[in-house]
Design a protein around this ligand. Sequence first.
Ligand SMILES: [Zn+2]
Length: 543
Amino acid sequence: MDQVEEIKQKVDMVELVQEYVPLKRAGRNFKGLCPFHGEKTPSFMVNPELQIYKCFGCGEGGDAYSFLQRIEGMEFGEALQTLAKRVGVTLESYRPSGTEEVREKLIGINTLAAQAYHYVLTKHKAGKGALEYLTGRGISEESIEKFNLGYAPDEWEFLTKYMTKKKHGTDELRRAGLVVEGRGYDRFRNRIMFPLANARGQIMGFAGRILGGEGQAKYVNTPETEIYHKSELLYGLDVTRSEIKHAGWVVVVEGEVDMIASWQSGVKNVVAIKGSALTDKQVEILRRISDTVVLALDADVAGDSAARRGIEIADKAGLMIKIARLEGAKDPGELAIQKPEEWKRAVAEAIPIYDFYIESAVTRHGLDVAGKKKIGVELLPIWANIFDEIVKAHYIKKLAEVLGVHEDDVRAQLAKIQKPNNKSTNEIQNSNEQTKKTRREVREERVVLMALLGKRTKELREIPWIKTDFWRRVVENINDLPGELKPRVQELLMTEEEFTEKKWEEAKDLLEQVDVEERLTGEEDPVKITSLTHRRAELTKDK
Ligand SMILES: [Zn+2]
């Protein structure tokens, strides 16, 4: 057995998944809320015997390796190394793929660069001004160490020269985003450097902030590279993950300085995003470790359409969203540093986003007839998209009260703008899955399932009506399935269904029926269901 297989068999899949989502036993499987898509009723299954998982909502499925790759954004090699360590297996030989090599190399370069910048800031005279600037702004020494802050000196080739000594050429630096495309000089000059680490502390890129002064961009960031993707990164998460998990809620601010300031003030369950909009990827990461997001953004959330889109994504994923109001302060960073107690209160007293929308609209439009109309025009499209029906009902009632109208009037107006196609992801997925399979496939699948559950594989091999390519091959190789057939068969086995003699007989009958029909009509997989099959379906329903 090779090591990949050995490790896979040693990993406790249920335990591994439980680190991200709680699971409950359900028959042979464990069940929980899918970490990959928003849902309120669990359709995510883990099978401890087969060591696999499958979501019947979004279709994600696989083994321990693919689970880690998906949930942690790891390459296969990283997942392999992580799991090997976990089960105490020493990898004998593992050759990383091309992408993995590039990834490792670029992270290595970023790490070296961060060390150089950090050294200049904390130890070198060239960094003295920057260090004074930071401490003058209230950033503590502890934070400078914890977040590995640095300073890029005011030189064109500081990093390029340093890296050449470390045997890294300009091409590699360009790939890491540290050198300006086409020019070959340092991207970051005379800037305070914030290494941007992913949740595992690997440095993917940098944000460089000016020390003050005018006429320059306040921030210069690493452009999108092979490893740095702005929309996936949550700044600070590598430091604050356990605090967020422990608190169950997370404060989201804009920008590195606000994040560090909050952390310093004692509000440690905090991360930063770039800009005002949460992305799908960020929401996916946050909803695994928290159920409430407190937004403390510079942007006016009610007016900023990007911010609103982010809120909608978070709402759909089942997160509770609140808004922290910063009265009198310019931004969260300033408040957290100058008046930490007020910052703590602001996040603790954050109000639910929909209450905030109402409040903000009433303040801006007033409550005369024209104002009420404007409030309706502004809020109803938002109300229409509230994912949870109970929350929606609550806010329809509340809006009606505020406007002094009947709830039915709000509902009637809402119905006019309600999008007709508001299916949940679940429904879309399920209907897709059903339309993809032919009736023959569905029935063959059922026969195979029953045979496997009831250990009737010998009988199965004698059934002549299994004809689709996939299931024919499964039947022929049933005792030793080749790799490419395995996943679908394993998924099939994750059902909660139990074997009974009766179901087994029925499954075989129904398949035989399709076969007879096809031969009679000369058609493969007739679309219309004949009355005979109808009657059969009626007879076998709910047994
Ligand atoms: Zn799912």
